[in-house]
Design a protein around this ligand. Structure first.
Ligand code: SF4
Length: 368
């Protein structure tokens, strides 16, 4: 983290990126007792303060000093689009002009899940992901990840109680910032979003899975699998050339052993490509119900990918083969596809115009 000088730094770059220890360091620098870091944390994350002036249990001089250095200015979306079910896509512009997207997915009543982006663009080039076609621009700061929650809260009436890291980018390619954001979301003195309500989704970056297993967090893990064998998976997911299926499955089994969390395998069904009975049987051979479950998602249309959504009957037949093998299967229907908010469809566009290049899309092709 860059040093905090006597200039105001935006919340995206600094305020929302600061861990508790960094608040304590700043307070020490300002000649203040470090217990005030907990008070500030509670104002920011539990009470949702919009300015340092609201932090009335802090000395006035400290509030002034903080306001001179840091900002709590809201991050307003460039565009907000909602469908009739309440699924809402937010287009956000970072300070350097990079554009990312978040999606709010209602889950019943006032509650909603927020799908956050972790990178502007993505380098992994998964076949049916719009983000992957754009290439990687850069990693997001932890504050740019945390800030997506504040923007979503302000832009919608929902209470965000679940988070899925399934927007633009590969979370494990930005591991440190993602984990820092997870710990801020999870902190019991602040937002207090339980680890089991946070899902990290990866295309199959095995070192990230192994690292996460050692973090002492019970975060949910989702894997974009999409094919049961190396030949087909390498065609759809180039990451498979680096970490093939067997290595990926072994890492997931170890993750379950370390955390006791059931791993979710996301499998997008593409007509005639990976939705055959043979594929279903091969997938059933890979998945041990003791450590994993499967989400099946019929393909959402993506302009650059030449594939079709299978018929409901084909999807049901695929699911039935897995169920007969004792596997916990959910056949999902992607919410938000009408506004291009389904996974694999986010690409940082404004209005109807496509950007030549921009913060990537989102997409693990998983159920939102
Ligand atoms: S699915 Fe995820 S990892 Fe793959 S290209 Fe898209 S954003 Fe990147």
């Amino acid at each position: 983290m860059e040093s905090i000088s006597n200039r105001r730094v935006s919340p995206l770059k600094m305020t929302w990126s600061m861990a508790k220890k960094e608040w304590a360091d700043l307070l020490r620098e300002l000649g203040q007792p470090t217990f005030r870091s907990k008070q500030i944390w509670q104002w920011l994350y539990a009470k949702g303060a919009q300015s340092f002036d609201e932090m009335t249990n802090l000395p006035a001089a400290l509030r002034t000093a903080l306001a001179e250095r840091l900002s709590l200015a809201p991050w307003a979306p460039l565009e907000t689009v909602a469908d009739e079910g309440g699924t809402t896509k937010l287009l956000l512009e970072c300070e350097d002009g990079e554009r990312i997207e978040s999606v709010v997915i209602p889950s019943g009543g006032e509650a909603a899940t927020l799908c956050v982006s972790t990178q502007a663009g993505c380098a992994f080039k998964c076949a049916f992901c719009a983000t992957g076609q754009l290439g990687l621009s850069r990693n997001l700061e932890a504050g740019e990840i945390v800030g997506q929650l504040f923007t979503a809260r302000a832009a919608t009436s929902f209470h965000i109680d679940h988070l899925v890291f399934m927007g633009m980018g590969e979370p494990f390619a930005n591991y440190d910032n993602v984990l820092k954001a997870v710990r801020i979301f999870n902190d019991q003195d602040g937002l207090a979003i339980g680890a089991r309500r946070i899902t990290l989704s990866t295309c199959g970056v095995v070192p990230g899975i192994k690292r996460l297993a050692d973090e002492g967090l019970q975060v949910e893990l989702a894997i974009s699998l999409h094919a049961p064998d190396d030949a087909l998976r390498s065609r759809l997911m180039p990451v498979n050339n680096r970490w093939p299926v067997a290595e990926l499955i072994a890492a997931c089994r170890d993750y379950n052993a370390a955390t006791r969390r059931i791993v979710t395998f996301e499998y997008t069904l593409v007509d005639g490509l990976n939705d055959t009975r043979l594929c279903a049987s091969a997938l059933a051979d890979l998945i041990d119900p003791s450590f994993a479950r499967v989400n099946l998602i019929p393909l959402s249309p993506v302009a650059h990918f030449d594939g079709n959504r299978p018929s409901p009957a084909r999807c049901e037949a695929f699911a039935a083969i897995l169920r007969r093998r004792g596997i916990n299967v959910t056949l999902r229907h992607s919410k938000g596809s009408a506004l291009s908010a389904a996974c694999g469809q986010l690409r940082g566009e404004q209005g109807t115009g496509n950007r030549e290049r921009g913060p990537g899309n989102g997409g693990k092709n998983v159920e939102l």
